[in-house]
Design a protein around this ligand. Structure first.
Ligand code: PGA
Length: 256
């Protein structure tokens, strides 16, 4: 719940004026080859502004949530056709703040995932354990339960890049406590192995797994070096255009 429509416009104006000086040729090459993607997920009210202002730079826009039904009596929700009318193709699902503060569950995340994918959206599903779950050795069990509900039957055809997973340990989100590269890699290996066991090598390889939780321009390179970390999902450090651009540069370096 950051950036009003006019703040979003100002963010993009600054981003665009720095883009050509700050964006290196290798990052541009990675965008051109399709080995790098950059997305921004503003709040619903700022989507239109972001979509309009991002024209001409390699940033795609996504929504922070979306409902699985096409339309209906679901006050407060937004559907895939509404987003698609603005040209929005991506939605986040199951962010820990949705689970923690708004009663969403792995089951409802699973419904959103499948419903949105079948309506031609691309989805980024977030999973991650609480601090107490990590401390009591439950991380693997929690992740596997979130995945098995979050990826319901029928999801397999979409494991070709249209579904992206984000491992976001809840204790690391907005706390300044980043997982170490070793902790991130270990959790990503659990997720990759779960995908492999269930859907095979190809689907597991094509499903990108991002790390999120206090990622900054300072720690991003070391996290992206981990073999099973395919990208980053960033909150606080993406709010200022300068650090957002630096994070994209980290992505560009690791994509080559
Ligand atoms: P953070 O947020 O980068 O500020 O920890 C991550 C998130 O909200 O997904």
């Amino acid at each position: 719940m950051n950036h009003t429509p006019s703040q979003t416009q100002a963010f993009f104006n600054s981003l665009k004026s720095s883009w050509s000086q700050k964006s290196s040729s290798s990052t541009q090459k990675a965008f051109g080859q399709g080995s790098l993607e950059a997305l921004l997920f503003p709040s619903f009210i700022s989507l239109e502004s972001a979509q309009r202002e991002s024209k001409g730079i390699s940033i795609q826009i996504g929504a922070q949530n979306a409902h699985f039904e096409k339309s209906g009596a679901f006050t407060g929700e937004v559907s895939a056709p509404m987003l698609q009318e603005l040209g929005i193709k991506w939605a986040l699902v199951g962010h820990s703040e949705r689970r923690q503060f708004f009663g969403e569950t792995s089951e409802s995340a699973g419904k959103r995932c499948l419903g949105l994918l079948t309506q031609n959206m691309k989805v980024m599903l977030c999973v991650g354990e609480l601090k107490s779950e990590r401390e009591s050795g439950q991380t693997k069990k929690v992740l596997e339960a979130q995945l098995s509900h979050g990826l319901p039957q029928g999801i397999e055809p979409y494991l070709d890049g249209r579904l992206v997973l984000a491992y976001e340990p809840v204790w690391a989100i907005g706390t300044g406590l980043t997982a170490s590269p070793e902790q991130a890699e270990e959790a990503h290996q659990i997720i990759r192995r779960w995908l492999w066991d269930r859907y095979g090598m190809e689907s597991s390889g094509r499903t990108r797994i991002l790390y999120g939780g206090s990622v900054t321009p300072e720690n991003c390179d070391s996290l992206l070096k981990c073999p099973n970390v395919d990208g980053a999902l960033v909150g606080g450090a993406s709010l200022k255009h300068e650090s957002f651009l630096t994070l994209i540069e980290s992505g560009g370096k690791s994509a080559l």
